[in-house]
Design a protein around this ligand. Structure first.
Ligand SMILES: [Zn+2]
Ligand SMILES: [Zn+2]
Length: 391
């Protein structure tokens, strides 16, 4: 008995009908945004439209993250049915940023660089800039609004919104009520363009600078750091890891970062989670600005961050899968290996250093001794034990 090979094309898909009207996709538009506009042009919700024109079990598809789904058959079918070339359709999918913004080995869910549709740690629902929607002749949702580094609109200098401004419901395109524009909250029917914008304060403009730096790097496919071109993928992978590392610092020290006090104040407030406020969006705005700051004045800011927060080589590397060479050599450069790889430190060696310091008139401290021994003064356990025994 032989089993038939699984076919991608099967009876689940609607073969016969082509789309009747196809609004023009914008080049930075999300696939789900464009499809919702196509559905509304047919006088249907996204669910019904999919069931009628694309796949018999339409809602099974619309319930998934269409923007991230990798399904060549779906994209091919959309191209044929809309008579829009396949390249244009592919570019609407977030998968088109693979290799630039993220790497993904047939992964089902978006990696950290892309917001999931729902994830309370970073945002509530699909994000948007009310002013961009207001200025659009045909309002649409941008791809960039799903990138983790994008928390504010550069053009309007305001924070992105992650919910309806009146009933605080998250935005879900598949639930949006039919209209000639995709701008209404499905729950209270409020026009999202009227959502009150929150301006980014003048003193936090480094956060906007950060977003535009990341935007440009992604557009170019590389960043220029210390006069060297570094692939955008490498920087975005490092971004994800550094953001995680910064987020984990209970008492972050980074004097060179001008927004530090505001960031700390915000973190304090966020301990009391308020589901009606966009706290996580503001926090990610700051985290993005800090990562940006670490890449500036390279490698000095990064070096200071490592030193002032007593970070180890392991902190920078741990959990980082497929570490890019650029990142590894950067970390090798800022944290010398002797600080990280355990080597035997003997009691006599430490006594010798203390005597040397006394003899030279230099103050004997745990730090000054460690510097000469060549280990980290507050991390190397053997050293700390010996030092405390002697002094
Ligand atoms: Zn805007
Ligand atoms: Zn609402």
């Amino acid at each position: 008995m032989s089993t038939k090979p699984r076919q991608t094309r099967n009876t689940d898909w609607v073969e016969d009908y082509n789309f009747l009207i196809t609004p023009k996709p914008q080049k930075d538009e999300l696939l789900s945004s464009w499809l919702t506009r196509v559905a509304f042009a047919h006088g249907m919700t996204l669910n019904n439209f999919f069931g009628y024109f694309v796949r018999h079990e339409g809602h099974a598809l619309t319930r998934t993250d269409i923007d991230f789904q990798y399904n060549p058959y779906l994209l091919d079918a959309l191209s044929k049915k809309s008579k829009i070339d396949i390249k244009t359709i592919q570019n609407l999918s977030l998968r088109s940023e693979e290799g630039y913004l993220f790497a993904c080995n047939e992964c089902l869910y978006p990696p950290a660089q892309i917001r999931k549709l729902v994830d309370r740690r970073t945002h509530f629902g699909l994000m948007y800039c009310p002013k961009c929607l207001e200025e659009d002749e045909h309002p649409y949702f941008r791809q960039e609004w799903r990138y983790l580094f994008s928390n504010a609109c550069i053009k309007h200098g305001i924070y992105l919104k992650d919910r309806c401004g009146i009933c605080f419901e998250r935005i879900r395109l598949r639930k949006m009520p039919i209209d000639n524009k995709i701008i209404f909250c499905h729950k209270c029917k409020r026009d999202l363009r009227l959502t009150r914008p929150i301006k980014v304060l003048e003193e936090h403009s480094e956060g906007l600078e950060a977003i535009s730096w990341f935007q440009n790097g992604l557009k170019n496919g590389y960043f220029v750091i210390d006069n060297t071109k570094v692939s955008s993928l490498v920087i975005f992978q490092a971004f994800t890891h550094l953001r995680y590392l910064i987020n984990g610092q209970k008492n972050l020290k980074l004097d060179s970062f001008s927004m530090l006090n505001s960031y700390k104040g915000l973190c304090k407030k966020l301990q009391h989670y308020d589901s009606k406020k966009c706290g996580p969006v503001y926090k990610d705005f700051f985290l993005t600005a800090i990562v940006y700051h670490l890449f500036q004045n390279y490698p000095n800011n990064l070096q200071k961050f490592a030193d002032e927060n007593n970070l180890t080589y392991r902190d920078f590397i741990h959990g980082f899968i497929d570490i890019p060479f650029w990142y590894k050599s950067t970390i090798d450069g800022i944290i010398p290996m002797q600080n990280t790889v355990g080597r035997d430190i003997s009691k006599s060696e430490v006594i010798g250093v203390i005597n040397y310091l006394k003899h030279s008139g230099i103050k004997v401290t745990q730090k000054s001794v460690a510097e000469i021994v060549g280990c980290h003064f507050s991390i190397n356990k053997t050293f700390i034990r010996i030092y405390k025994q002697i002094t």
